[in-house]
Design a protein around this ligand. Sequence first.
Ligand SMILES: [Zn+2]
Length: 248
Amino acid sequence: MKKQLIFHEKFYNEYTFDPAAKLGRMESIIKEFSDFEIITPSPALEEKILLVHTEDHLVRVRNELDEAYSIALLAAGGAILAADYAIEHQPMFAVIRPPGHHASPDGYWGFCFFNNLAIAVRHAALKNTLIIDFDLHFGDGSSNTFVNDSEITYYSCEGATSESFITNMEHFLSQQKNVDLLAVSAGFDRHIDDWGGLLSTEDYFTIGKILKAFDEKNGANRRFACLEGGYNHNVLGKNVRSFIDGFY
Ligand SMILES: [Zn+2]
């Protein structure tokens, strides 16, 4: 069977004037996956958005984004579909935008509108869920969403060097047990040729492989990942491919 990932052609469109929405960003990723089968999501129902966000938030985003509102719903739908595959024990990556991890229940910034991953985690409704975020930026929206939820753990990867970044993550994982669902906020803006200037393309393969090994051994073999940041179109696709090659 061909390997699969989630994507929709509508994500090619520029929907706002921020770096996450730029033309060419999605093309740089999809061209690396000609050997994959593309699975297309449906837009998330508003009731799914409300699993994480307030009604006020939803209305604000709808008014602010106008036509692009449907793209934001589609991104959330992509994350939900990825979680559905993970529940059935098939690892899945969602190439979606706008990204989500800076969207809190009642606020948003940083190119994010709805917290795609958080919505998918709530939708999956499994007991012990672990969120690993390796984006350059702290996922304040995800952290805020689950701060009072004892069953959902949010971990933002940190490290001054690529070695410590990976060993810190491994150390954290070594303390985790009985994980029912592993959800990964996959941002690639920490790459050596991107904003963060730290990780190599090979490091993303290593991170993916470590997460897979953890999930198969100490988790429930249920894992999915959603695209967050990553802004250098020359390297983004290769980084996503490298991560997926380790993660699947
Ligand atoms: Zn970022």
